[in-house]
Write a protein that binds this ligand. Sequence first.
Ligand code: FAD
Ligand code: SF4
Length: 520
Amino acid sequence: MSCKPLRTLGCSPNVKTLRLILGDQLNAAHSWYKEKTPNVHYVLMEVRSETDYAPHHIQKVCALFASMRRFAKALESAGHQVTYIALDAPDNSGFEGNLQRLIAEYGIERFEYQWPDEYRLDQLLQRMDLGIPTEGVDTEHFLTKRTELAEFFKGKKTYLMESFYRSMRKKYDLLMVAGEPEGGKWNYDGANRKKFPKNVVFPEPLEFAHDVRDIVEMLDREGVETIGNLDEERLPWPTSRREAQEVLDYFAEHLLQQFGTYQDAMHTDDWSGYHSRLSFALNTKMLHPLDVVNRCIAEYRKRDDIELNQIEGFVRQIIGWREYMRGVYWAHMPDYAEKNALRADRPLPSYFWTGETKMNCVRHSVKQSLDHAYAHHIQRLMVTGNFALLAGINPDELDRWYLGIYIDAFEWVEITNTRGMSQFADGGIVGTKPYNSSANYINKMSNYCSGCHYQFKEKTGDKACPFNSLYWHFYERHREEFGKNPRIGMAYRNLDRMDPEQRAKIMQRAEWVLENIEEL
Ligand code: FAD
Ligand code: SF4
């Protein structure tokens, strides 16, 4: 079977063709839909292999199924032939069984699909033998080809995101003036690390109120295991391209102005700050990444109250980090899913599933994830991810958690962020050093520590913040991996300069924390 894009969109009008649309391929602008021919039949299906590969957040399953159902209806209204197979349809027998049945039923002579973004599904479709000519086509969503990043970094051990990002800015001519970065600098991160001020009034996120009782009832009846909370009459996520566009407009008009400034800030009274909450709409392809950045750049050009650091920070996330993570995924799968460079093997503490811990930062980040199926990047990276890294949590268990709990979690972007950026389990492909910190950083960027059972300044004693002793224990136990890394030289110099008695006490406290990790 070939993986080349089809020469013509669609097959010969006389060949009866079945086209599969996966749940994260809701791209209404795909060239598949430009023509309507009676010989082309589309199919979308809800299948147990997708609901069951991790325990997913109830909002994630409902948002995906509701969006798929709307997409199918919209295609049908536009005159296409569509079969929608609900999870509880009596003859639903999973991907392969359903396809075989439709092929026989409609006398299908050719099968087409859009290349899946997940390796698991890519393999499944490549290996499936349906007994008819089969072809995969591009999803027409990403700004880079699957192999482009690997080619860009050919021969390099570490993939430096910044150099890739600069090439993307040039390639798409975004925020560029005569071949140079607008404002003279590529990166304005230095201006983007502010804590929320004391008297902050948090912006309201734009939420919808979809009634998904029918989907929830079906999931209950079918015994699908989910996690997290949902008001069944008020699913807040966009489930159509039009709604996704509304979230984008809302972000551009009301949040972009402060996006960069408070990108890293966290607060107990807030769950999404000035973040866009566009990841679900992007990852299901309801929105195209270029449409997103162009809409925001247009807003920046139109107004004089949006600074360059805000828009540059946002553009970097979409054309930089997002495309980069996808490239890392395709360059390193399937090995990436096995990587555990730091040999982390501790089970994931139970409070990751409940939020019941005295560590205020972890409690807040987990509880809001259970309530909203969302946490922003710094909560994922510097609270839950940081704690797991310092405590040496098994990346398989952690992957399963991140893959299930977030509305936007699909393996290509989840695993690269988790194993790569957050856990250093890839041994340094994504980052040249681990993203970790003691309580100092969390206290600097949030108000979590002031309401915590633990003392953020203490390293030893019953009330000492667990992050503090674990931070030093992490470096001590990973001297072999990081001792000679020039980017971590300062940490090792501080560790080695420490009074030996104090150092022993810190290590003792860390050992206690690790042995009693469930009690924290
Ligand atoms: P904003 O802060 O508004 O950013 C705008 C957009 O930029 C996002 O919608 C997203 O598409 C993109 N983006 C930003 N950072 C990243 C990044 N590091 N990698 C890829 N795209 C990025 N993102 C996912 O989409 N799915 C995941 O499963 C996922 N898992 C993560 C796991 C960990 C441990 C970490 C540290 C990060 C993870 N991220 C994941 C990246 C990031 O946290 C989310 O994209 C972001 O929080 C989504 O919220 P938002 O749409 O409000 O983003
Ligand atoms: Fe988290 Fe430690 Fe701060 Fe408590 S003191 S909120 S555990 S960093």
